[in-house]
Ligand binder design. Structure first.
Ligand code: ZN
Length: 146
């Protein structure tokens, strides 16, 4: 059975990340500082370079894509939950190059901000903790296996 739970919006934060910071690490730091362990993130802006992942579902491992050029950050969508009792931010991004072509993937550290405007929403609700899932090899939210 799929997991379904209701959450309530508790607070919404919006702001701008500093030039040159690490996109994923900075969003994680803000969530930790604001005690957000359940939430939603969106952002737009531009990056100086990016490290994205593609999950190879046959090999059960991420393949990294390192993009060493400035890209537009068309969209970042993410969620916040717990893994091993700590805040974990999981984001996917869509980027575009100077010709307007888009690519995207799972956001890894070492993606460096040129400019970024974010909105983070904090939820109240049952905590969500990631657990190792053997069907996918990923740390996912639990589902009812009965
Ligand atoms: Zn992902």
């Amino acid at each position: 059975m799929s997991l379904v739970q209701s959450v309530e919006s508790k607070a919404v934060y919006m702001g701008r990340l500093s030039h040159g910071c690490d996109l994923l690490m900075e969003l994680t730091k803000i969530c930790e500082e604001k005690s957000i362990t359940l939430g939603k993130i969106t952002a737009i802006g531009a990056v100086k370079k990016a490290v994205l992942g593609y999950y190879n579902t046959d090999k059960f491992e991420y393949e990294d894509h390192i993009i060493n050029e400035p890209m537009e950050l068309l969209n970042l969508t993410g969620n916040v939950s717990l893994k091993d009792g700590k805040t974990m931010v999981h984001c996917h991004v869509t980027l575009s190059d100077k010709s307007g072509k888009a690519l995207g993937g799972h956001l890894f550290p070492e993606t460096i901000v040129f400019a970024c405007e974010y909105i983070i929403e904090k939820f109240d609700g049952n905590k969500l903790s990631r657990e190792f899932d053997k069907e996918t090899g990923l740390a996912l939210w639990p589902v009812d296996k009965s």
